[in-house]
Ligand binder design. Sequence first.
Ligand SMILES: O=C(O)C[C@H]1C=CC(=O)O1
Length: 92
Amino acid sequence: MLFKVEMTVNIPKDMPAEEFEAIKLKEKNYAQKLQEDGIWMHLWRVVGQYANVSIFDVKDNTELHDLLMGLPLYPFMEMSVTPLCPHPSSIK
Ligand SMILES: O=C(O)C[C@H]1C=CC(=O)O1
């Protein structure tokens, strides 16, 4: 099942820089593993924002829920999830 997920990150202004760098590194490793596994199919930066648009290919809603909840930056994210299905005019 394909989902579009939009994530916006809001880091508290008082978070120490070392803590922020450590969470970002964990997030990068987590995101890159899911990309290598073919689950996180697209990851695009939204220009001018600390936000991304992503496409996930998962077995079901529960798999997506669990992996989003596992994001190290999850506590600092606003998230919007949209299910996708094939477009009848798509040539792919
Ligand atoms: O930077 C972001 O958009 C947040 C998050 C998503 C992947 C990742 O490495 O960080």
